[in-house]
Design a protein. Structure first.
Length: 300
């Protein structure tokens, strides 16, 4: 530690990352952490849990709480559980990052405004500015957003671009309270490898099936064995209807083999060792609206 750093107290804080579905929350957290701790796909509500991503620098530890997109259209038991994760995160953090998309303010965004706390710093992140054709259009949008809430900061950026997103920690640091770090300097998340493995499989299902497989898919880890340099993982992909099972399996099992192959490669990059992965597809009808089942799958 440098003499200058030693003269300043350490700062540690939890930063809730909130916003409507598909606005880039998980992408931003992954970029800031420098690793995939939260899965990303084009399907709404890909993130279903509050996941902590940890970034430690000299003198400061940022704990980013990635949250599900706040859902206003569907009110089944799963979505209600995810909305509770959002409201709980907002009640328990030191700083809030609210993401909106550049030049787009939707009714789903408007539903989040009343949830924003008035007693803690709220930083507005205007994401996807790289997709704005004319930067002259951005200033009126930023001015309009500034009228909606008393934001501590307004930061336009592209969450996908590491150098752009890297401006954010320096902006956030003064808002974090003094305190000791919660995690070791090399930790990147609070979630165990077993949880991350299930999430990676679910991401591949969403990415590789498109609209053929609907939202009601989840993954459970049935076997997780670790040996030096190797993890042996057995997982079940649960679908809502019998008709979805052959779609996931594909002709002669080709589809599920590709899902397993791509998931295994991601796991090996994240875990830093070899992974042996087996997948099965099973049916459990109506699980997303069954409180007992969503608890069994770890959503509450």
């Amino acid at each position: 530690m440098s003499p200058e750093a030693a003269s300043h107290p350490f700062r540690t804080g939890v930063i809730a990352v909130v916003g409507r579905p598909n606005v880039g929350k998980s992408t931003l957290v992954n970029t800031l952490v420098g690793a995939k701790v939260s899965i990303v796909s084009g399907k709404p509500q890909t993130t279903r849990h509050r996941i902590l991503g940890v970034r430690t620098e000299e003198g400061v530890q940022f704990i980013f709480a990635d949250t599900p997109g706040f859902q206003t259209h569907y009110k089944n038991a799963l979505n209600q559980a995810m909305n509770r994760a959002v409201t709980q995160a907002l009640a328990e953090v030191d700083v809030v990052l609210w993401l909106v998309e550049a030049l787009r303010f939707t009714p789903d965004d408007a539903h989040i405004l009343p949830l924003l706390p008035r007693d803690r710093p709220v930083v507005l992140v205007v994401n996807k500015v790289d997709s704005v054709a004319s930067k002259a259009d951005l200033l009126p949008f930023l001015q309009g957003m500034a009228q909606r809430f008393d934001f501590s900061e307004i930061v336009p950026l592209s969450a996908r671009q590491t150098r752009d997103a890297a401006r954010l920690p320096a902006i956030l640091k003064p808002y974090l309270p003094e305190g000791e770090p919660w995690f070791h300097a090399d930790d990147i998340t609070d979630r165990p490898s077993r949880f991350l493995a299930a999430e990676i499989v679910r991401e591949k299902v969403f990415r590789l099936t498109g609209d053929e497989i609907p939202y009601a898919v989840t993954v459970s880890i049935e076997r997780y064995e670790e040996a030096p340099g190797l993890s042996r993982i057995g997982a079940v992909v649960w679908v809502d209807r019998e008709a979805h099972r052959p779609i996931l399996l594909g002709r002669k099992g080709e589809h599920i083999k590709r899902i397993a192959s791509e998931a295994r490669q991601d796991m090996e990059r994240l875990f830093g060792h070899k992974v042996f992965l087996e997948l099965w597809v099973k049916v459990r009808g109506g699980w997303a609206d069954d409180v007992r089942q969503i608890r069994r799958f770890g959503y509450e």
